[in-house]
Ligand binder design. Sequence first.
Ligand SMILES: [Zn+2]
Ligand SMILES: [Zn+2]
Length: 244
Amino acid sequence: MVADYFLTLAAIYAAMLILYFGFGLMAEAYAARFPDRKIQPERDGMKRKRAEILNSLPALAMSSFLLGTGYFAQTQGWTMAPADLGVVSFVLSFVVSLILFDAWFYFGHRLLHWSPMYRYHALHHKSVAPTVWSNDSSGVVDTFIEHSFYLVVWFILPVPALAIFALRLFDQISGMIGHSGFEFFASPTSRRPWPFICTTFHDLHHSKFNYNYGNIFSIWDRLLGTAHPQYDDMVKEFEEKAAR
Ligand SMILES: [Zn+2]
Ligand SMILES: [Zn+2]
């Protein structure tokens, strides 16, 4: 059983590394062709690429430990019994988990901005102009707080495992896009009154600091008054730029 546990963790870590480097290299090559889509043209975030990648290796290991431990607990029958996998149970589990994870991330992230806790989050904010490599450039305590949802969810919801793996996949890709520093997703649905966001949203968290703590939806930032006041106008500008 112990060997199975470590094999599970190793397989998940390997998958996360393949996704991080595979998607990162693709996104970097694609964005390089569109310099006018850069959100902070005056800054060169890629100067920190090597440091960001090195910081990401232990953070992704922590993330793998959390997801893998939760999943392993479910395979051993230590959690809530999962619903049978079907289209309805998959979609419902994915959507409910996504909404809960967005809230978990928002409040965990705000906690990390509270001065006694900020030292655990400071590493992530060394990236003022984030890049596709910045998403996981975080300390292990930071990652533990924001990603502990992936350990807990199995104990509070009867989720089929595939739905949580799909959530982690979506979260990794959307997080990397959200840090990429290039805007390709500006649209009317990424601004008021819609709850969706585009890359500019979390980019503003890095450049302006005390705004936009979410990185999936804008719901909590809008409800609690932490959405950046210029965000919606910046999205419109990118929409107009894309239409030209
Ligand atoms: Zn932050
Ligand atoms: Zn960030």
